[in-house]
Ligand binder design. Structure first.
Ligand code: N2P
Length: 386
């Protein structure tokens, strides 16, 4: 029973986000009587599908299984930051059919016409999605017309517990894990074993804003000054700017990272596989961590929208969504998949967080274009100013 608590917490989050009492599960296509349903048109697209997703997000063999079943050849590329995807979408002619933006960016991409509405009649497994998650996504996609959850997770602090304890020496672990990466008292000691930050303005400035007591999704550049002043004090202690925390932490380049919950859990497994006795852990900071939702969407100029719909439908099968959670350590927004998730994943509080911690977490919002520019300026100055 316990493992379902997060779902109730999500419902609460969704309702709070929408200010509504009830939500219709907008993802479910309206049921039409079979007799009057239009004949399904034959898919005449060339048998190709181009996908652009984050690294370490798709279980091994899943793409091959789709190719085998559908006869569609998939070209699968990866990007490491929302900024990189945004730049491609804005430039246009990406060549990609499916992209997987975080909702923080997807909102503007929908408003800017960069993504096309889904043909829901072609994606019957949308009915598997959790209405509570879909309600949460309405903040970015008001009528659930464009976005389909791939996974969600949170940005937090990941550590190699063994190395961190050694580097801190007699200094005990702070109550708030963010202190490890933002308070010079700790960062000056952890410098020796390596501090890694995600390499993205919209990952680092929000967590820094949260740490200095500002709204993580503030659009006010004055607030970025406060965050920057704090960041400047720890700049000399940061070894790496990188989105590859799996390698960084499990390979020993960093003992602490501002990173993503699932990737930190993957790093923990990787270190064990490599025979390390060090314990790697995604921490749950006392002041909360930042939730993200990554969502599949079809680009406005996709050449293979039918193949894209076929893949989305395939991914939304309960067993495939469960495989994503089981292999990649990220919670799924697929309700039908929940009872197929392995107990060790469902019971891992740093993957499916419990409701008492969930209520402390910071839900995603979005930034104006001007704010994103100001944030990038603040971030680049921070990065340069060693
Ligand atoms: C990649 C996870 C991406 C999470 N493994 C951040 N959007």
């Amino acid at each position: 029973m316990k493992k379902y608590l997060w779902s109730f917490a999500l419902t609460a989050l969704a309702l709070a986000a929408c200010g509504k009492k009830e939500e219709t599960p907008a993802a479910a296509p309206a049921a039409a009587p079979v007799a009057s349903a239009p004949a399904v048109p034959v898919n005449t697209e060339e048998k190709v599908l181009n996908i652009y997703n984050w690294p370490d997000y798709v279980p091994e063999g899943m793409i091959a299984a789709f190719e085998k079943e559908s006869g569609i050849k998939v070209n699968y590329d990866t990007f490491e930051t929302n900024e990189a995807l945004q730049a491609k979408l804005v430039a246009g002619n990406t060549g990609y059919d499916i992209v997987v933006p975080g909702t923080v960016f997807a909102k503007g991409q929908i408003e800017g016409g960069l993504l096309q509405p889904l043909d829901k009649a072609k994606i019957k497994n949308l009915a598997n999605l959790d209405p509570a998650i879909m309600a949460t996504l309405t903040k970015a996609d008001p009528e659930n017309k464009h976005l389909v959850p791939w996974a969600w997770g949170f940005t937090t602090v990941g550590i190699n517990k063994t190395k961190v304890a050694k580097a801190l020496g007699s200094l005990p672990m702070p109550e708030n894990a963010w202190d490890l990466v933002f308070d010079p008292k700790y960062s000056s000691k952890l410098k020796s074993c390596g501090i890694a930050y995600l390499d993205s303005p919209t990952e680092i400035i929000p967590v820094a804003l949260h740490y200095v007591g500002k709204d993580a999704y503030s659009n006010n550049p004055e607030d970025y000054k406060v965050a920057s002043a704090m960041l400047a004090k720890v700049r000399k202690d940061v070894r790496l700017f990188s989105s590859t925390m799996i390698d960084d932490i499990s390979g020993g380049k960093a003992c602490v990272a501002v990173g993503w919950s699932g990737d930190i859990n993957i790093a923990a497994g990787r270190a064990k596989e490599n025979g390390s006795k060090d314990e790697i852990e995604a921490l749950l900071p006392s002041t909360g961590a930042l939730i993200f939702f990554d969502t599949m969407a079809i680009t406005k100029d996709a050449k293979h929208p039918n193949n894209a719909a076929a893949f989305i439908d395939f991914f939304l099968r309960a067993e495939n969504a469960a495989l994503m959670s089981n292999e990649m350590s990220y919670p799924t927004g697929n309700k039908a998949a929940i009872d197929k998730i392995k107990p060790e994943i469902a019971g891992n509080k740093t993957i499916f967080v419990e409701s008492d911690y969930f209520s402390k977490m910071i839900p995603p919002s979005s930034f104006t274009n001007e704010a994103r520019e100001a944030m990038a300026t603040a971030y680049n100055a921070f990065k340069k100013g060693k």
